[in-house]
Design a protein around this ligand. Structure first.
Ligand code: UD1
Ligand code: UDP
Length: 379
């Protein structure tokens, strides 16, 4: 038996690990164990509940307004004895959060091989996204197996001469969509349940990135206010992140704006079905940039750059930047011009075909000489 320990801590990691955990559990030669750092609490628990995941270990480290040092130190301290006790053959981490970084480092310190899911995304800007760009680079140095979603991600890793094997698998977030999107769906969130999505054009908005906290997020709020004022039929739904630094800005700026609906974070089934029913997505989220193209929804990326250029090259996402005027103009063009909208609203899958988890499991088995290699995801 190969003992696989998966370590994660935030909402997006949990969503992207969930379909893989299901596949690991199905594999007879793998013993799958799970440790959550709980870098996020409520937002992580929402995902665990939806996918009915019961972690074997829960480090419960989240504190209000935690610093990067708090998360790193507490995750490392919690993981170290746990690795000694459980002695996994391989540790899996996902993405680029502080939990990802601490999980990979803790495993490396005990010479346990690390598998990095969602490897090789790069902006080449040290501070954007911060600290994620450097987290994922460090994990690239520490990892033995690199599961790159796309060929471009693989090329990024090869340019850095990472040690170990690189597999192109697709992104597991596309696998997650198979579990969530339903044609006739009744929302759990009461506000969403009461909405008639045919009575206008609904924009789904999210923003939480650290580098956007402060002025950029204020600019986003100002642009959104102008958009709903300019277009009578346009409404905005914004599930606001739990981070107090986000809420401190968003609620005073958008709380009383007509046609802007602010709600608490919704669970991922509500989220994916909401995305499937909205007209357009405006976001600085990594996950939403990947999910929206699969659901045929155009994306305005609320950032200066992106490590996910595949969607822009496919013509389904545009960079909106973080200045009020540019965000307003870019969005206005999509809302005004039906031809532009139609060219962007096509379902494409540059990030995965829903089989990433299968490929990752096969690659792990291959590493332990129990299978041939998986076929590459080709986009
Ligand atoms: C983290 C990740 C980021 C990821 C994001 C996903 C790092 C450095 N950043 O950022 O890459 O995109 O998660 O959402 O790892 N909070 C709660 N309840 C929750 C979650 C958060 O109250 O369930 C509050 C807490 O006050 C916490 C704060 O939000 O201190 C910030 O959380 P943290 O995980 O440190 O940073 P994020 O901005 O969420
Ligand atoms: N998401 C969710 N509920 C919300 C907002 C987002 O389930 O209220 C999901 C979203 O569909 C995606 C993931 O959370 O799968 C993205 O998480 P987030 O934006 O927090 O982090 P990022 O992807 O930017 O790291």
């Amino acid at each position: 038996m190969i003992r696989v320990l998966s370590v994660f801590g935030t909402r997006p990691e949990a969503i992207k690990m969930a379909p893989l955990l299901k596949k690991l559990e199905e594999e007879p030669s793998i013993e799958s164990i799970v440790c959550v750092t709980a870098q996020h609490r409520e937002m992580l628990d929402q995902v665990l509940e939806v996918f009915q995941l019961e972690p074997d270990f829960d480090l419960n480290i989240m504190k209000e307004r935690q610093s990067l040092v708090d998360v790193t130190v507490n995750a490392l301290k919690g993981l170290s004895p746990l690795l000694m006790e459980t002695k996994p053959d391989i540790v899996l981490v996902q993405g680029d959060t502080t939990t990802t970084f601490a999980g990979a480092l803790a495993a490396f310190y005990q010479k346990i091989p690390v598998g990095h899911i969602e490897a090789g995304l790069r902006t080449n800007d040290r501070y954007s996204p911060f600290p994620e760009e450097i987290n994922r680079r460090i994990v690239g140095v520490l990892a033995t197996l690199h599961f790159a979603p796309t060929r471009r991600n693989k090329e990024n890793l090869l340019k850095e001469h990472v040690i170990g094997k690189v597999y192109v698998t697709g992104n597991t977030v596309i696998d997650a969509l198979k579990y969530t999107v339903q044609e006739h769906y009744v929302f759990k969130n009461e506000v969403l349940r009461d909405i008639d999505f045919s009575d206008g054009r609904y924009i789904l908005l999210t923003s939480h990135r650290r580098e956007n906290l402060g002025k950029p997020l204020e600019n986003i709020c100002k642009a959104v206010k102008r958009i709903v004022e300019e277009f009578e039929d346009v409404k905005v739904i914004y599930p606001v992140h739990m981070n107090p630094e986000v809420r401190r800005i968003v609620f005073p700026m958008l709380g009383n704006v007509e046609k802007v609906i602010l709600i608490d974070p919704i669970d991922v089934i509500d989220m994916h079905n909401l995305m499937a029913r909205c007209y357009l997505v405006m976001t600085d989220s990594g996950g939403l940039q990947e999910e929206a193209p699969a659901l045929g929804k155009p994306v305005v990326v609320l950032r200066k750059e992106t490590e996910r250029p595949e969607a822009i090259e496919a013509g389904v996402a545009v960079l909106g930047g973080v200045e009020e005027e540019k965000i307003f103009e870019v969005t206005k063009r999509i809302l005004n011009d039906k031809r532009v909208y139609r060219s962007m609203a096509k379902a494409v899958n540059p990030f995965g075909d829903g089989k990433a988890s299968e490929r990752i499991v096969k690659a792990i088995l291959h590493e332990f000489d129990l299978s041939g290699p998986p076929e590459e995801f080709i986009n």
